[in-house]
Design a protein around this ligand. Structure first.
Ligand SMILES: [Zn+2]
Length: 293
């Protein structure tokens, strides 16, 4: 009954002219100009300036979406401490998700009311031998994350989680490797290449000004054709395999009856759907009995 009622409401909204609701997840490694940790965290000599460039790229995506008719935008700060964006520089009618831990991580806030997800400043996966700062969720702790035996990037994971809510990833910006990795996987997704990877710590980059211009144009174009994009559907039940850099996490996790240790450094978890897998993953990355407060 509730489903029928919401179906009627959704249909009526569509008929009177529906305006889109967009989630914009912003990472940092795939921004124009980012090549080393000097740009990526509070101890880096260029970090404060790159927070500005990150905010500018986010704002470009927001402006493009608004110009194409989007009316509701939520931005998720999805890098490092989750407190990078200069929030006073974002438009007043959007909302911002900050800090961790949080359900669904980099795409926190996602639910079935959204129409599309944009990934700004994303990078390639830890199993990709190319790409600036290539890693999956943690370069210090993980050497692979696979879903249904496919090694994933953070962008692919985002598409799998948001697809469960019937929401497609519609745009990714980053280096040429990260954007290609996701478009090879998804097929139709808009991409903005802001730099060409020359190695893990080197790239030929657009200037911040040029990147912002390209992102705004692409965001506008993407939202204008939003109905073309299809949500990614993960086959259920979902197998999650995680390989750790160190030995002990897999040993400790194997004490749980829901976890199978598949080799010295790797564990497997079987979830009934991607939501259960995503929740398990937040636990896995977060839990430490000495955590305070
Ligand atoms: Zn990051």
């Amino acid at each position: 009954m509730k489903t029928l009622l919401s179906a009627i409401i959704i249909t009526s909204i569509t008929m009177i002219g529906y305006s889109q609701k967009i989630l914009i997840s912003v990472d940092m490694e795939g921004l124009a100009g980012v090549v080393t940790e000097q740009q990526l965290g509070p101890s880096g000599f260029e970090y404060q300036r790159f927070r500005q460039f990150m905010t500018d790229e986010a704002n470009a995506a927001i402006q493009g979406a608004l110009e194409a008719g989007a009316r509701e935008i939520v931005v998720a700060d999805a890098h490092g401490n989750g407190q990078n964006l200069l929030i006073e520089q974002l438009p007043e009618d959007i909302e911002v998700i900050r800090s961790w831990p949080r359900r669904f991580g980099m795409v926190a806030g996602i639910d079935e009311t959204f129409d599309g997800v944009m990934l700004i400043g994303y990078h390639s996966s830890t199993t990709n031998k190319e790409g600036v700062r290539a890693h999956t969720f943690s370069s210090a702790r993980l050497t692979n994350v696979s879903v249904n035996e496919i090694p994933v990037s953070e962008g692919m994971w985002a598409a799998m989680v948001t697809g469960t809510f019937d929401v497609p990833v519609i745009l990714i910006t980053g280096d040429d490797i990260a954007t290609r990795e996701l478009s090879d996987f998804l097929g139709d997704v808009e991409t903005v290449v802001v730099k060409q990877a020359y190695g893990f710590h080197a790239a030929k980059s657009l200037t911040p000004m040029a990147a912002v211009k390209k992102i705004k144009e692409s965001s506008k174009r993407t939202v204008a054709r939003i109905s073309d994009f299809k949500p990614y559907k993960v086959e259920t039940p979902v197998l999650l395999d995680v390989s750790f850099k160190h030995y002990r996490p897999s040993e400790a996790l194997a004490y749980l009856s829901i976890v199978e240790r598949i080799d010295s450094h790797s564990i497997r978890f079987r979830g009934k759907d991607m939501i259960e897998v995503a929740d398990f993953f937040v636990f896995l990355m977060e839990y430490n009995s000495s955590t305070q407060p």
